[in-house]
Design a protein around this ligand. Structure first.
Ligand SMILES: *Cc1c(COP(=O)(O)O)cnc(C)c1O
Length: 453
């Protein structure tokens, strides 16, 4: 027991030069916490027979504790999976302009709710609205925190304690707990299901509309799955007309919010925002960070009188978009307006890269590394868009044993690298690796290979 007294006291440790360096870097309260924790652990270890730790060893432990405690967990990573809108990796990377716009409003004051013309209070709602209206031809627009919030707000405002007609083919779960039937329930709307799991006919809609006098007909895009085989759904325009003939609103939850045609890039056609409006949707909801390629946001566009109602609902305040989102979103929308979306927005750069271009990148990687094999592969869009759809790509495969351990090492590198496993080997898809990250990635792979030889 007398050994315990040979442990330095908290006071003595804090008086050392090493401690004062730590206090400068981490602050006094946290350093004190570290010292207490490490001493308490040492005392406990000694009671079960451990030696008195040397002063240097004590400081190493204090140092490690401080670094571990102040390590943030939201880290930039390199996405070499080939999944473009990887929901777990933060969906859409922003364009350089969007990220700059965000930084500009983040580090200073902004005209968020200030009218610069008359010097009076303004509205945060104006910033993206005009751009959205111009781009889509919609009368009005509203931006909220995400698309789940957009749908919830629309249903709460327009369909509370009223019936909402939706097809059974669309009672989908998007992932992350967004289930159309549950969102309906939360909003206070009453679900009226029509059709069957695989087929719904226009007559199913018209019968339900006539029978239940619903507040609206909801169409939800089955973003993340495909029904194949004996299936049928009436064209959007016919559903919308059936609703309007009975004076019922038609709301389209589009999910992905493509403004450009994915069919130009060898994918199947993802319904666009413009098409929803053309089909007669009174309101269209979509995400900001899926195929739009912007920040996390929920965008609602459509008829002015309805958007006006949504803006006044108490929920609108609870789900409003923040200034950083509005700055990045406006800048992203500008890329579309200036017809430079494919060149400037990372998601569209990745989608539009040809396999030839990717093969050249992979070949360059192989040359730099002096290792690896090129293998044909498939990238995907991900993020609940275009399920089952793939883009041909060229993977760089490294022939190292125990791919799971290799993946774990890559994840623990700085920055972490997320690769994929193809035929029991670790593979890297250049499509989703941002050009600015390429050098770092190659350095990581080189270190990895060297440590195995
Ligand atoms: C992705 C998606 C949502 C949820 O959007 P978030 O922006 O992730 O909240 C809702 N509806 C559909 C059809 C979707 O595809």
């Amino acid at each position: 027991m007398s050994d315990l007294r040979r442990l330095p006291s908290i006071e003595r440790l804090l008086q050392t030069e090493q401690a004062s360096r730590l206090v400068t870097e981490f602050g006094r309260p946290l350093t004190l916490d570290a010292v207490r924790t490490v001493l308490a652990e040492a005392r406990q270890d000694m009671q079960t027979g451990a030696e008195v730790p040397e002063p240097d060893e004590i400081f190493t432990r204090i140092n490690n504790w401080l670094y571990a405690t102040t390590q943030t967990t939201l880290l930039p990573v390199i996405n070499a999976t080939g999944v473009i809108l990887h929901t777990n990796l933060g969906r859409a990377p922003l364009s350089a302009d969007a990220s700059l716009a965000m930084q500009r409003v983040a580090t200073g004051y902004s005209s968020l709710e200030y009218n610069l013309e008359n010097g009076q209070r303004g509205s945060r709602e104006v910033h993206a609205e005009a751009l959205l209206a111009r781009l889509t031809g919609a009368e009005a627009a509203l931006v909220v925190n995400n698309n789940a919030a957009a749908v919830l707000l629309a249903l709460s405002t327009l369909a509370k304690r009223r019936a909402v007609v939706i097809s059974r083919t669309q009672l989908v779960e998007i992932g992350g707990g967004f289930r159309v039937p549950e969102v309906m329930k939360q909003s206070g709307a009453r679900l009226v299901e029509v059709g069957t799991t695989n087929r719904v006919h226009l007559s199913d809609y018209t019968a339900a509309i006539a029978e239940t006098s619903p507040a609206l007909v909801l169409h939800a895009h089955s973003s993340n799955f495909k029904i194949i085989g004996f299936t049928s759904e009436p064209p959007l325009v016919e559903v919308s007309e059936a609703a309007h003939q009975h004076g019922v609103l038609f709301l389209d939850d589009l999910g992905s919010g493509a403004l450009l045609d994915t069919a130009h890039y060898g994918l199947s056609h993802e319904p666009t925002v413009q098409e929803s409006l053309a089909a007669g949707a009174d309101l269209v909801c979509f995400s900001g960070d899926k195929l739009l390629g912007g920040p996390q946001a929920g965008i609602i566009i459509g008829r002015k009188a309805l958007i006006q109602k949504l803006k006044k609902h108490p929920l609108a305040r609870a789900v409003r978009a923040d200034k950083l989102c509005l700055a990045a979103l406006s800048e992203t929308l500008l890329h579309y307006l200036k017809n430079e979306a494919v060149e400037k927005i990372p998601v569209w750069q990745m989608i539009s890269q040809t396999n030839d271009q990717i093969r050249q990148r992979a070949q360059h990687w192989q040359t730099v590394l002096g290792a690896g094999r090129l293998v044909d592969g498939l990238s995907t869009v991900g993020g609940g868009s275009l399920p089952e759809e793939t883009l041909p790509t060229t993977l760089l495969v490294v022939d190292l044993p125990k791919p799971n351990q290799v993946m774990a090492r890559l994840r623990s590198s700085n920055p972490p690298v997320i690769a994929c496993i193809v035929a029991d080997r670790v593979a890297f898809d250049p499509r989703t690796v941002l050009p600015a990250q390429e050098e770092t990635l190659l350095r990581q792979i080189k270190t990895l290979i060297q440590s195995h030889t």
